[in-house]
Design a protein around this ligand. Structure first.
Ligand SMILES: [Zn+2]
Ligand SMILES: [Zn+2]
Length: 316
């Protein structure tokens, strides 16, 4: 008999593009943060004149649902579509709302998404079927450290460091403009802008995975997506069952997924660092502290750093 999971936490990723008056951003942001905090939720919300984007976590589905209803009413938005996953440990330390110029940073605030449920949005079922057609291209719109740990079969990896490099990628990449191109990201938000930007670059036949990888894996685990899906919180990644990864931790030096075991050159703790950092001697260490000390005095040993503090993944 499997042991029931107690104290399971429920995580919802959501976004909505909708207008918020610039003069209201700070006060609404503060009100949302207070309310989330008051309800004992944790998470990170990015808030901008173009809408809201976040991942939040609570001890019950109901707690998270009722907060999302409150937020939608507060902002005058329709119901916020959400993608669920679970964790036994809190994926965030507290509840924060950050006001930014864009809710997903393409670096071009003038690029605004098409209406929701436009013809370009594919459900997981439609996506799955289209992937079997001949002569389609699948293009990942995420960053290189995300694609490295998992992607759709045969997907093209643009090898970008941040999403705002996507436009430059389109200029340089010699992708055929007449072919059907299927694009995807983690939860669907980056593709909302990527599809418009691709249209602006002359691609007329672009489709996007509605709700992203998280939505797809909820329907089709172990099918056309290989590996794990990077997420921007303490879980680092989720597996095919949308459970927190058991393969990766966060690299203490750069915040990317780490799976290269090292024994800290200064304090002898066993940790994992990422494939890039492991190439540099001073990063074969357990922490920023040990790498700094090691760089100043290579070979000198230092005190064990003890349990490592939580690290935060870079935000997209
Ligand atoms: Zn690293
Ligand atoms: Zn160390």
């Amino acid at each position: 008999m499997t042991k029931p999971v107690e104290n399971r936490l429920h995580i919802a990723a959501f976004y909505h593009f909708g207008y918020v008056r610039p003069e209201d951003l700070e006060s609404l942001g503060a009100a949302i943060e207070n309310e989330g905090d008051r309800r004992d939720l944790r998470g990170l919300i990015i808030f901008a004149g173009e809408g809201i984007n976040g991942t939040i976590c609570g001890t019950s589905v109901k707690a998270v649902e009722s907060f999302l209803t409150w937020v939608a009413e507060k902002l005058g938005f329709p119901e916020l579509p959400r993608k669920w996953s679970e964790s036994e440990a809190w994926p965030f330390r507290r509840f924060r709302v950050r006001v930014r110029p864009e809710i997903v940073t393409l670096g071009k605030p003038e690029v605004q998404p098409l209406p929701p449920k436009s013809q370009t949005h594919l459900s997981p079922e439609e996506w799955d079927r289209m992937m079997e057609e001949e002569d389609v291209l699948v293009l990942d719109t995420r960053n290189w450290y995300e694609t490295r740990i998992g992607k759709f079969k045969n997907a093209i990896d643009p090898e970008i460091e941040e999403f705002h490099e996507f436009s430059d990628y389109l200029d340089k990449a010699e992708l055929p403009k007449d072919k059907k191109i299927m694009i995807y990201c983690t939860g669907g938000i980056r593709c909302e802008k990527a599809v418009v930007e691709m249209n602006n670059h002359g691609f007329q036949n672009v489709y996007q995975l509605d709700g992203g990888i998280l939505n797809y894996l909820a329907k089709f685990p172990n099918r056309k997506f290989d590996g794990e899906c990077f997420v921007f919180d303490y879980r680092v990644a989720v597996n095919q069952e949308l459970k927190p990864t058991k393969l990766y931790t966060l690299c203490p030096h750069c915040g990317q997924p780490a799976d290269q075991p090292v024994n800290c050159l200064r304090c002898d703790i066993d940790v994992m660092v990422c494939v890039e950092c492991v190439k540099t001697e001073k990063y074969q260490t357990c922490s920023k502290n040990c790498s700094n000390h090691y760089a100043l005095a290579p070979g000198k040993k230092g005190r064990n750093q003890g349990p490592l503090p939580y690290l935060m993944a870079k935000e997209n």
